[in-house]
Write a new protein. Structure first.
Length: 222
C-alpha cells in the first residue's frame, strides 16, 4: 500500500450489500478505513463522528467505507449502538461497513500491525485510513494504533489539499494549512511567470541562505 499504487479491487460483503470495490467507487474519491473491533468505545466515537460529517465528504465527492474483522451481523447490531451514542446522525447509517472475518482483506490492504498480522485468532485491524482518488490510486494514508482515535477535521483538511493541488499543480499546502490560507508556490515556477499566474499578488520571503524559495499566495479558489 504505497502512495501512488493502485488499490486492489475486491468483492466484499458489507452492511449495504455485496460490493465490487472499484465499481463501487466509480468516479468518486474514497476514504477506506479500518477499525479494530465492533462494540468498542473509541471505534464507536470514530465511526459516529465520520457519519455525522458525511455531508462534508459528499461536498468533496468522497465516498466512505469502513472495515473490520467482525461478522456482518455484529456490524449491523453495532450500528444501532453508534446511532444511539451519536444522536446527531440523521436517518439511516450513511455508509457501508465491510465484514472481513477471514482477515484476507486486512492482510492484503496492510491493515494489521507487525506483531499480530499473521495470528488469525488474535489479530485486530489497526486504525488504517486510505484516501483513494477516482483512478483508484492511493493518495494518502494515516495509520494510528488501536489506542488513538482519529481527527475527522484532519481527514477533511488533507482531502481539501489533495483536490486543490491536483487542480492547481503549481502549488503545495504548508503545515497547518486550511482552505483560504496562504499556499506555497512550487520552486519550479519561475519568478517572471508569477504576475501572470497569480495576478492578485505573491509574497516572497527572504532567507539567510540567499535561496528565496518561500513564495506564498492567497490567489486561488477552492
Amino acid at each position: 500500500m504505497r502512495l501512488g499504487s493502485t488499490v486492489p479491487n475486491f468483492t466484499a460483503a458489507t452492511t449495504q450489500g455485496t460490493i465490487k470495490f472499484h465499481d463501487w467507487i466509480g468516479s468518486s474519491w474514497c476514504v477506506l478505513f479500518s477499525h479494530p473491533a465492533d462494540f468498542t468505545p473509541v471505534c464507536t466515537t470514530e465511526l459516529g463522528r465520520i457519519a455525522v460529517h458525511k455531508p462534508e465528504f459528499d461536498k468533496r465527492g468522497v465516498k466512505l467505507i469502513a472495515l473490520s474483522c467482525d461478522k456482518l451481523k455484529d456490524h449491523t447490531d453495532w450500528v444501532n449502538d453508534i446511532k444511539s451514542y451519536c444522536r446527531d446522525i440523521p436517518g439511516d447509517f450513511p455508509y457501508p461497513i465491510i465484514s472481513d472475518e477471514d482477515r484476507k482483506l486486512a492482510v492484503q490492504l496492510d491493515m494489521l500491525d507487525e506483531e499480530n498480522r499473521m495470528h488469525e485468532e488474535s489479530a485486530l485491524t489497526v486504525r488504517a485510513l486510505y484516501i483513494i482518488d477516482p483512478d483508484k490510486k492511493l493518495r494518502l494514508s494515516m495509520v494510528y494504533p488501536m489506542s488513538t482515535g482519529r481527527n475527522v477535521d484532519e481527514i477533511l483538511r488533507v482531502i481539501d489539499s489533495l483536490q486543490l493541488t491536483d487542480r492547481l499543480k503549481i502549488i503545495a499546502t504548508p503545515a497547518n494549512w486550511t482552505p483560504g490560507e496562504k499556499v506555497m508556490i512550487l520552486p519550479s515556477v519561475k519568478d517572471e511567470d508569477l504576475p501572470r499566474l497569480f495576478p492578485n499578488g505573491v509574497d516572497k520571503v527572504s532567507m539567510p541562505s540567499g535561496h528565496n524559495y518561500v513564495r506564498t499566495t492567497t490567489d486561488y479558489k477552492m
